[in-house]
Ligand binder design. Structure first.
Ligand code: 5AD
Ligand code: SF4
Length: 464
């Protein structure tokens, strides 16, 4: 850890009333990395601002899973250039996109005013990079191609007071053919059971009620270590994802445990049993489908068929009372024919998901999908996307109606953003519920009766 560097930068910055602004793109893993960056940066005497023009330090934590994130970054860089010229703002760009060589080249050519670029394996070195900039003003490139170690004990500044995310592993070994993640986040490495359990104990002590376990493939937690025969210390009987869920379920103060994302091919029975047995583990399971067509799944290198996915869902529906599902779907993967797309619609109809995150296939440089010849025309992708969206919205509208009149247990998360007098919470199935109530209900689990439904939220009444 970089305590020395943090102190050195803090000394330089003391009394200067400096501000920083961080822009985070992408998934919750990136959000979690940003919370660690904020933790370090605030110890270095910067306070947070949302306004780019008032910042002395601007950090971009980038994502590269889909193309639109790149457009967003380059657009914003155009904007911050003028602040850099006006007040000498330090510009740091980090995260997944920086692990892509062609992007860093483009930055050097067209946006060479940046001060620091850092990758996914060098986040913890940010204080040292910043110190170098403050003392020498020379542009820094701090990117590692090899897998970085997991660094424990970084300070962390969490945005939320009720819900906290906890990363349990880094990297991915699956190489789905559309996905850039294995190239930018490296191979799977799991955190030690003891480190995770202690972190969650601390969160409980600080009053957190819900934890979200994060990893690219959470249900292969500790698998790479076992395969490579790397010895690790068990703690409280934890040697797998299922045993981790069981251990975390015992931690007093924590009311809810969620996790993203598992891979259907690794969904072993012990995990299903743990979800069933652990009262705090939410029964909403995010189970990325990606495509409902066995042919496309094969081309995607997903290693399951349409039937295997449906069988897994049926098994969980039988074994876990109240189970619900959410999913990720990509439309327009190379070679997707009308009948393949209809298979996707068919699975959506059969599973009846609580929520579907829909994506239009985006070509990623360096992935097998990008090299495939049978790319789908943009217009066709958009048309299919709209058809899928229509089906999903119809299903959600029906589901929302089914909630009305039922009792749900919600965790109250905070004040409503649109109405001062209302509070919002979520059901086990992650539906937003808006209720009337006083602030002292924030952080409490409450039984509520659902009184009306709207497309993106339900209205509830606190049960007397
Ligand atoms: N194009 C579109 N969507 C993608 N995803 C990952 N890679 C791509 C891509 N190249 C989606 C997948 C994944 C989610 C996080 O992003 O559905 O589950
Ligand atoms: Fe990407 Fe597949 Fe790994 Fe998920 S499991 S990060 S989609 S390669």
């Amino acid at each position: 850890m970089q305590i020395e560097e943090i102190k050195k930068v803090a000394n330089i910055n003391k009394g200067k009333n400096l501000k920083y602004c961080i822009l985070t793109m992408g998934c919750q893993l990136n959000e979690n990395d940003s919370e660690k960056l904020c933790g370090m940066i605030e110890q270095m005497q910067y306070t947070k601002t949302q306004e780019l023009e008032n910042a002395d330090l601007i950090i971009f934590n980038t994502c590269c899973v889909r193309e639109n994130a790149e457009d967003k970054l380059f657009g914003k860089l155009g904007e911050v250039k003028k602040y850099k010229e006006k007040r000498g703002t330090i510009i740091a760009i980090g995260g997944c996109m920086m692990q892509e060589k062609h992007i860093v080249e483009k930055l050097k050519q067209s946006y060479s005013f940046f001060d620091i670029v850092f990758g996914t394996h060098t986040l913890h070195q940010f204080p040292a990079d910043l110190y170098k900039i403050l003392s020498s003003k020379k542009q820094i490139e701090d990117i590692l191609d090899i897998d970085g170690e997991i660094i424990e004990g970084l300070p962390i500044k969490r945005e939320d007071k009720i819900k906290a995310s906890v990363s349990i592993m880094n990297g991915c070994n699956n190489f789905c053919s559309y996905c850039i993640v294995p190239y930018v986040r490296g191979r799977e490495r799991s955190r030690l059971p003891k480190d995770i359990i202690e972190e969650v104990h601390n969160l409980a002590k600080q009053g957190y009620k819900e934890i979200m376990l994060l990893g690219q493939n959470v249900n292969s937690y500790l698998r790479a270590e076992k395969e490579k025969q790397i010895s690790f210390e068990e703690y409280d009987g934890v040697n797998s994802f299922a045993t981790l869920l069981r251990a975390l379920n015992k931690i007093e103060g924590i009311e809810r445990i969620r996790f993203i994302s598992p891979h259907p091919k690794d969904f072993t029975d012990d995990v299903i049993e743990a979800i069933r047995d652990c009262n705090k583990v939410c029964k909403l399971i995010h189970l990325p489908l990606q495509s409902g067509s066995t042919n496309i799944l094969k081309a995607m290198n997903r290693k399951y068929t349409k039937e295997q996915y449906l069988t897994l869902v049926e098994k969980m529906k039988k074994q876990i009372p109240q189970v619900t599902f959410s999913t990720d779907i990509i439309v327009g993967f190379p070679g997707e024919e009308e009948n393949d797309f209809e298979d996707t619609l068919d699975v959506v109809k059969k599973v009846n998901f609580e929520q579907v995150y829909m994506f239009i296939y985006s070509r990623r440089v360096g992935t097998p999908g990008d090299r495939m010849e049978n790319q789908i025309p943009e217009e066709m992708k958009h048309k299919r996307f709209d058809r899928l969206k229509k089906l999903v919205e119809e299903q959600i509208a029906i589901k929302n109606k089914e909630y009305v009149g039922k009792e749900q247990s919600i965790l109250v998360e905070g004040k409503s953003k649109t109405n001062e007098n209302m509070l919002t919470g979520r059901t086990d199935s992650n539906k937003v519920v808006v209720i009337e109530g006083k602030n002292n209900l924030i952080g409490k689990m409450l039984p509520v009766k659902i009184v009306s439904e709207h497309m993106w939220y339900l209205k509830g009444k606190v049960e007397e």
